[in-house]
Design a protein around this ligand. Structure first.
Ligand code: GLA
Length: 659
């Protein structure tokens, strides 16, 4: 026996290290932004050459490219020379290359441009299961970004590494349909300023016709019994517990909504739709009205979705003669003029409000917006008043073209503090969403300058990575400590369903079905604004199911507003948890890796003891009572989202409400 063992050990020690030319792998597995990857030649089928240096072997690709190779821990090193292929022939060619091992960045190139000499990458791969070679854009779009991985080799022992395309999972609907009996959804608390126009649509699912009533409404408000819209103006500040009822032929639902009439608005994160990622510059009054209609016809409004927000491109372009976007940007008195696609802003918000919904608008503190339209610079006071007169309920305030007037954080705060105080002076509740991509750690001062939410990073749609960047940022900066009622970190919009394709067309989101579950689950755990930015007028059943799971949405809207933090990480699995108003705990078991994994949520990490009931929130099913831990198999890039409730108290130990 010992002889056999010894022989085996010698054999293992003798396992020969071999070298594989990466270009000998199956290159059809490479996903890239233009053309097809080419073996031993550039993406345009010319001899490989970087900075004048020719290479006989390698892979010619085009940004953004992703090449996945399964190593299963048997590889030793990856080596290559890389850069922009000489045949790119453009100053606009700029790339950043990365080598990742199991999702961790092992190496990253500097920003590389045309004619620049090849850079060498040589990284150890010990224990790496999946190697990813990424050819990314250098920040100016992917045009001419011809990426070469020249002389790329993997040294390994045992079975040959294998290029693969991660299997695309099927979009499985987990959300059960809402029952036909009435159910009141949405937050349990709502903030409004006294004396301002008040509009709150009671979100309720169940068969129509439905009748609504409300007991204990503050003076000045009334409810429309037919459609459940509460409106009016609250006369006096105070906290008003209102008992809301919704009934239909099948039953009755009641629920208490605490209306807090004080200085704070947006006590829970805003939920709605924004035009940007689907319509870009094609947005119009017609599209906005159709989107408001869809908010109602899809039933989203019954689950608490409220805001219908115009993003950039509704104003006019300074100096432009274009018949649609051109013409004077302001009238003789300096008032903003919308472009030809928006004939009457007040009529548009009236239309949106008539459906119980709220309207949002966008501008920038600079002279022009990110897309080059008229901004608010030097007209802030007038523009804030215009937005209020037009009837808007939310302003997204970008940063583009603004030049800070003071160094550091003071300069960053200034335009937002100005707009924040101007909005507060209006005769309306207007939510302020700061959009300056996280500069100067905006989460530390976004609320102080009058914001209710602030974008924490770059645009998710431009390749800011859902997993690698978003999860890492929220964990590293402990962003949970900066969120609370009326103060939300905003990781950008929900990229679900159909998003913008070329020339005003739409195309499916870049996220796989599992990643879409991950996005919604994570956003809810983070107490992030939930703003869909896919085509709301064409929602497929799967996308709709992601947006209408009331138990999942209740996590986002929980009135305690304690955002989740990462409580543990093992390899590529992470557990995030947040406490809830009713004493329960929401826990997300995430798998950021490329293979299915078992994820363990340990009570000790979450800060719990004893026995807890576990409810799967996407399936809306109890899965059992557990002690010490809950483990689940989680698919690649997927999530299992659960709620833990103490088996001893059955969750009756309510936390003290805030707000
Ligand atoms: C920036 C913002 C986006 C969008 C565009 C509009 O990029 O981050 O969300 O508003 O501007 O031009």
């Amino acid at each position: 026996m010992s002889l056999i063992c010894a022989a085996l050990m010698t054999l293992a020690a003798m396992q020969v290290t071999k070298s594989l030319s990466v270009s000998d792998l199956d290159l059809s597995t490479i996903k890239q932004g233009w053309g097809k990857a080419v073996k031993d030649r550039s993406v345009t089928d010319t001899p490989l050459s970087i900075g004048g240096r020719p290479f006989s072997k390698g892979v010619g690709t085009h940004a953004k490219s992703v090449f996945k190779i399964r190593l299963d821990g048997r590889a030793v090193r990856f080596h290559a020379w890389c850069g922009v292929d000489d045949n790119a022939r453009s100053e606009r060619a700029s790339v950043v290359l990365r080598v990742l091992g199991d999702g961790n960045v092992l190496w990253q190139s500097p920003r590389m441009t045309w004619k620049q000499a090849a850079v060498q990458v040589d990284v150890p791969l010990k224990n790496v299961k999946i190697l990813t070679l990424e050819g990314g854009d250098g920040g100016d779009g992917i045009d001419y970004d011809h990426v070469d991985w020249a002389d790329a080799t993997i040294t390994y022992s045992g079975k040959v590494p294998l290029a693969f395309v991660p299997p695309l999972e099927r979009p499985i609907i987990l959300t059960p349909p809402a029952p036909p009996t009435p159910r009141i959804n949405g937050p349990s608390v709502y903030g409004a300023r006294p004396g301002h126009p008040f509009l709150y649509q009671v979100p309720a699912t169940g068969r129509r016709p439905m009748r609504f009533s409300a007991k204990g409404l503050p003076k000045g408000l009334s409810i429309n019994p037919e459609n459940g819209q509460i409106s009016g103006r609250i006369e006096k500040p105070g906290t008003y517990p209102v008992k809301i009822s919704a009934s239909n032929r099948l039953g009755l639902a009641t629920r208490t909504l605490r209306i807090v009439a004080g200085g704070e608005i947006a006590l829970t994160p805003q939920m709605g739709w924004n035009s940007w990622y689907v319509w870009l510059g094609h947005v119009s009054d017609k599209i906005m009205r159709a989107s408001a209609d869809a908010m109602v016809s899809t039933g989203l409004v019954n689950h608490g979705w409220q805001y219908v927000d115009i993003d950039d491109c509704w104003a006019r372009v300074p100096g432009s003669k274009d018949p649609v976007n051109g013409g004077p940007t302001r009238d003789a008195s300096g008032n903003l003029l919308p472009n030809a696609k928006f004939p009457d802003m007040k009529a548009l918000t009236d239309y949106i409000h008539s459906k119980g919904l709220k309207a949002g608008i966008y501008t920038s503190p600079g002279p022009t917006t990110c897309a080059g339209f008229e901004g608010a610079f030097r007209h802030e006071e007038q523009d804030a008043k215009t937005f209020a007169d037009w009837g808007f309920d939310l302003l997204k305030y970008d940063w583009c073209s603004y030049k800070a007037e003071a160094p550091g954080v003071e300069g960053l705060k200034k335009p937002y503090a100005l707009m924040g105080s101007l909005l507060k002076q209006q005769d309306r509740d207007i939510v302020l969403n700061l959009c300056q991509y996280g500069m100067g750690e905006v989460w530390k001062w976004g609320k102080e300058v009058g914001g209710q939410s602030w974008r924490t990073a770059d645009d998710l749609g431009n390749g800011y990575n859902l997993f690698r960047d978003s999860f890492a940022l929220y964990d590293r900066q402990h962003l949970e400590s900066y969120s609370g009622p009326g103060a939300f970190n905003d990781p950008d919009y929900l990229l679900l369903g159909q998003v913008a394709g070329p020339n005003g067309t739409t195309q499916p989101t870049q996220f796989t079905p599992n990643e879409q579950y991950t996005q919604v689950s994570m956003w809810c755990l983070l107490a992030a604004p939930l703003i869909l930015s896919g085509d709301i007028t064409h929602l497929d059943p799967f996308t709709l199911s992601l947006l209408t799971n009331d138990e999942v949405l209740a996590i986002d809207q929980d009135s305690l507003v304690k955002a989740a933090r990462k409580v543990s990480q093992v390899g590529e699995t992470q557990v995030w948890a947040r406490p809830l108003e009713d004493g329960g705990t929401a826990v997300g078991l995430f798998n950021l890796g490329d293979d299915e994994a078992t994820v363990n949520a340990m009570w000790a990490d979450v800060g719990l003891k004893g026995r807890h009931k576990v409810r799967d929130l996407w399936r809306q099913k109890d899965v059992g009572t557990y002690s010490e831990r809950f483990s689940a198999k989680v698919p690649r890039h997927g999530v299992v989202l659960v709620k833990l409730t103490s088996a001893a108290s059955s969750g009756r130990a309510r936390r003290r409400p805030t707000g």
